[in-house]
Write a protein that binds this ligand. Structure first.
Ligand code: FE
Length: 389
């Protein structure tokens, strides 16, 4: 048995945020957002105005910080319990969207503790109090269509990836005007995160015909359009915004692999953005996984029209294509070149390798990965060197 879960509606287009004004079945909306970017860009006001136009009373919950904490989630849930919305509108980057999903759980089920929901698929039924709309401002995490939310324990600094199709949003709104405001490095990093989502979903052990179709098309669009998007081309940016969402639908159901396992742990240790960690790791992970999944990686290469007759040649071309894209985007191909010192790396390398094996994403990787394997891949990514796996 397999399952494929995505939002009921996805609205796509310039000014799509106005779709909120048609949701006349709801009475009260709480709008959850991050720092100031949505307010500065005028999008918070647009969301509020559209909800009011639909006849809703509104309340704002602003200030969700990057890497949202359990404390922030419980604060938001309390605000929801007081206001009693029947619609939750999350607008912003991955952090406010993730935080709002977790707030939703504790609004619907105030009796639960955070410990009760950290196991995958342990969240009880939602939607007895509110439905959920997600409006992403960045083009990478695809939280607007996924069953995931990453929440940090502020005391231990441990990140908990909550996973349950209950928290897949009901409505996603891809308003193409919003990602136009992303700065260059954020566009590059989040775009490489999305490319990694699509590639990992395509080879993941849980992949299906449905996730394959979304993943392979997302890979094509991102590969063709990311450089132009980073250069500020508005059409390319709009294509990337849709493609990252397709990648999200794919990986929410097919799951991910060890590129994300290593990105999660290195990102936390070295304070390097999540997408850039994936960009650094991806070529080495492809080489490692291709030992057992050569044909599927070769399919990706062929779908991109890369050179090579044999599967082996296609895999080589794919690795080179990812490295070339990184160079075009100005992303350096090793942790060392990204400012991590060798002394700092050596102190934590074994710890990271061990932690990465225990990461939930490792379970759906196409090739079994030992701590030694992880360490070998990590060494490649630190020094920027190729080895035979
Ligand atoms: Fe990611």
């Amino acid at each position: 048995m397999s399952r494929f879960t995505i939002p009921r509606d996805i609205f796509i287009g310039n000014g799509a945020i106005d779709e909120l004004s048609k949701l006349t079945q709801y009475k009260k909306a709480i709008i959850v957002t991050g720092g100031h970017s949505m307010r500065k860009g005028g999008f918070l006001q647009k969301a509020e105005d559209a909800c009011k136009k639909a006849g809703m009373e509104t309340k704002l919950f602003e200030g969700v910080m990057p890497d949202p904490t359990i404390e922030c989630v419980l604060d938001g849930a309390k605000a929801m319990q007081e206001f009693e919305p029947d619609l939750i509108v999350a607008i912003g980057g991955g952090s406010p969207l993730d935080a709002a999903k977790a707030m939703w759980v504790f609004y619907e089920h105030p009796e639960l503790t955070f410990q009760d929901i950290i196991d995958p698929f342990s969240i009880p039924r939602l939607r007895t109090k509110a439905d959920f709309v997600a409006i992403p401002s960045t083009s990478g995490t695809a939280s607007e269509v996924t069953a995931f939310s990453v929440i940090t324990d502020e005391k231990t600094k441990v990140k908990y990836p909550l996973a349950d199709y209950e928290i897949t949003p009901d409505i996603a709104i891809l308003d193409m005007d919003i990602p136009l405001t992303m700065p260059v490095s954020l566009t590059a990093d989040t775009g490489m995160d999305a490319l990694t989502h699509a590639i990992e979903a395509y080879v993941a052990s849980n992949h299906s015909y449905i996730s394959d179709a979304l993943a392979i098309h997302a890979i094509q669009i991102i590969y063709e359009s990311l450089f132009a998007s980073v250069q500020g081309n508005a059409e390319a940016r709009a294509r990337i915004h849709i493609a990252q969402c397709m990648a999200g639908m794919a990986f929410s159901n097919a799951l991910l692999g060890i590129c994300h396992s290593l990105a999660h742990k290195t990102g936390a240790q070295f304070d390097i953005p999540h997408g850039r960690c994936n960009a650094i790791l991806l070529p080495y992970v492809i080489e490692f996984n291709a030992v057992s999944e050569r044909e599927r990686y070769a399919n990706i290469g062929r779908s991109l029209g890369l050179p090579g007759q044999t599967d082996r040649q296609q895999v080589n071309s794919l690795v080179e294509a990812v490295e070339k894209l990184n160079r075009q985007l100005g992303i350096k191909q090793s942790y060392k070149e990204n400012g991590v010192s060798e002394a700092d790396y050596m102190k934590v390398a074994d710890f990271i390798a061990k932690e990465a094996v225990a990461d939930p994403c490792t379970a759906s990787n196409p090739r079994e990965t030992s701590v030694e394997d992880m360490r070998k891949i990590l060494d490649c990514a630190f020094f920027g060197k190729d080895v035979e796996f």
